[in-house]
Design a binder for this molecule. Structure first.
Ligand code: SF4
Ligand code: SF4
Length: 557
């Protein structure tokens, strides 16, 4: 337990509490689970709300200042008061705008808060001390140079550090609990004028939160921002709506990420951040085409996926001279070493002939054969452009995830979306359904084209879809019709990702599911467009990695 007063929002009047000599600290929750919160609150409370409950319970916090930002903050007041027995918990009303009337309202509410704190703590307020705290230097030098802005909902140190680690540019924390820069009140002769000026300063922070700029439909101006990572929280309606308002605003490219304020899914988060970083900052690297003795140089790309590991060896003239596709098995490193050895053997080469190796895929950072790893988003884009230069949308359905990538005419990533949260619409989904139908995947791929009657599979959740399939089998429905229903369900989910991204022809399909003609046909129907499926579809990521090893991320495409 501590005497500090904790707060959750950057509109909390910290300087006011400095006027009491009270120490304040921002709650920075990153719990591993929501065991306590699930037991005492509604399951649909946003991830941040649950994380606050967990943190308050785990650390025995008894003094908390909430700001009345949304329903969740009001529910937090009820739950924490009732379930965790707080000594001091206060919900500060917060206006949505920074006009004269709102400033007056906030000034009156700040006075009420000060009176409540005096009653609770017995401490007296000294407005001169508060003024002193207002004049502390809160300069943000990162904002004056090219940087990446982490914006959106409550970020916290965990997210901020994760984002900082993935970008070469400095990152500013502009989330609703991030940077807090207020202009110091200038001419306060007494306590009364302090409250009026301080309320105005709080409401007019230089980088306002969504609640203050929410009606503008655009992010606050940030001339040096080269990219924006926009954070939304699971079950938070506000920031998801806000993203829809601002996503088309002119300015820096935007990547939306969602977390539940726990460290879960940090692997997928890193892939998204890395892919975005690669689109902002394509490195230029070029391998010498001949060695010192004049011999041709080779590069390799290794794609370590959750289901298969693919390797490609490429010569200096961009010809694939060796390749291999093997099951990943239990260890990513062993699978990668085996796939590369097989590709080298096919090319009649040894490791010493390779000038450069680039790894990609979920296991890319755990393979240990090189320090050069690039996300599968960039590698698939590069490989797809190589295999089909006029492709503008890549559809990659792999073992555990599916992604849609929009390309420009040089094969650079314009934007991408990923479904990596569950098996719905992925190769794994089809694999499990093939098992339920008791047939190999290859047969399922062929049989899906022979359907006669339209069957709708209503659920994309693997568990529910499986029971639907079992019922259809029990009703003697033809296997071909069931498979077609499943193919249409996968195609519908993927087509909606493509639609969300604004992807258009020419479409190219990569990844293992591209080998399934039933899914490809269903997807063509949903998209209303032909899809090009190269014979190297499954090697596309490894080909992209080998090309990047040869030419750098910009390449000479
Ligand atoms: S949205 Fe604004 S008011 Fe709400 S918690 Fe974040 S900073 Fe505070
Ligand atoms: S994440 Fe959204 S719902 Fe949750 S407290 Fe913040 S603004 Fe409210």
């Amino acid at each position: 337990m501590t005497d500090k007063l904790y707060y959750i929002c950057r509109y909390a009047p910290l300087e006011l509490f400095a006027g009491f000599g009270t120490q304040t600290e921002r709650l920075d929750p990153a719990p591993l689970n929501f065991d306590c919160a699930d037991g005492c609150s509604h399951p649909n409370l946003c991830g941040f709300g649950k994380a606050v409950i967990e943190d308050v319970a785990a650390r025995g916090i008894k003094r908390l200042l909430l700001t009345d930002c949304c329903d969740v903050c009001r529910r937090l007041l009820d739950v924490l008061e009732r379930s965790l027995g707080m000594d001091f918990i206060y919900l500060l009303p917060l206006p949505h705008k920074a006009g004269n009337a709102e400033t007056k309202l906030l000034a009156a509410d700040l006075k009420r808060l000060a009176a409540a704190w005096t009653r609770f703590s017995g401490q007296a307020f000294d407005y001169r001390k508060a003024l002193e705290a207002c004049s502390e230097n809160r300069a943000q030098p990162e904002r004056d140079v090219p940087h990446v802005s982490l914006a959106g909902a409550h970020g916290g140190s965990l997210l901020f550090e994760t984002v900082k680690e993935r970008f070469k540019l400095p990152v500013t924390d502009d989330t609703c609990t991030g940077a807090r820069v207020l202009a110091a009140p200038q001419s306060c002769a007494d306590e009364e004028s302090f409250f009026a000026e301080y309320a105005a300063a709080l409401l007019n922070q230089t980088h306002p939160c969504m609640r203050m700029y929410g009606s503008l439909g655009t992010l606050p101006e940030d001339a040096n921002a080269r990219g924006v990572v926009f954070h939304t929280v699971k079950f938070c309606d506000y920031y998801s709506f806000e993203y829809h308002n601002i996503k088309n605003s002119k300015g820096a490219p935007i990547l939306k990420i969602e977390t539940d304020c726990t460290p879960q899914s940090s692997g997928q988060l890193r892939t998204r951040l890395d892919a975005f970083a690669e689109t902002l900052d394509a490195g230029v690297k070029r391998v010498e085409k001949t060695g010192s003795n004049g011999s041709a140089r080779y590069t390799a790309g290794v794609d370590s996926g959750s289901t298969s590991t693919d390797a490609v060896v490429m010569d200096a003239n961009r010809r694939v001279v060796g390749s291999s596709i093997i099951p990943t098995g239990a260890g990513a490193a062993a699978g990668a070493a085996k796939a590369l050895a097989e590709a080298l053997a096919m090319a009649g080469l040894g490791r010493e002939d390779l000038a450069e190796i680039v790894t990609t895929g979920y296991g890319r950072e755990n393979i240990g054969m090189t320090n050069d790893s690039v996300t599968e988003i960039t590698c698939h884009a590069r490989g797809a452009h190589f295999l089909c230069p006029d492709a503008r949308t890549v559809i990659d359905i792999g073992g555990q995830d599916s992604k849609v990538i929009r390309l420009d005419e040089r094969g650079h990533v314009v934007n991408f979306v990923m479904n990596d949260k569950c098996a719905a619409g992925t190769g794994r989904f089809l694999e499990l359904m093939a098992r339920t139908l008791e047939m190999p995947l290859e047969k399922m791929g062929r049989l899906g084209l022979e359907w006669k009657n339209e069957i709708a599979i209503s659920s994309m959740c693997t568990v529910f879809a499986e029971s639907e399939v079992v019922s259809l089998i029990a009703n003697n429905t033809q296997s071909a019709d069931i498979i077609h229903g499943l193919n249409m369900a996968v195609a519908g989910k993927t087509a909606s990702l493509a639609k969300r991204l604004g992807g258009g022809p020419r479409f190219i399909m990569t990844g293992g599911v591209a080998q399934n003609p039933g899914v490809v046909k269903a997807l063509e129907e949903k998209l209303g467009s032909r899809i090009y499926v190269p014979k190297e579809a499954q090697l596309c990521g490894a080909i992209g990695a080998a090309l990047i090893a040869l030419e750098g991320q910009d390449g000479d495409a």
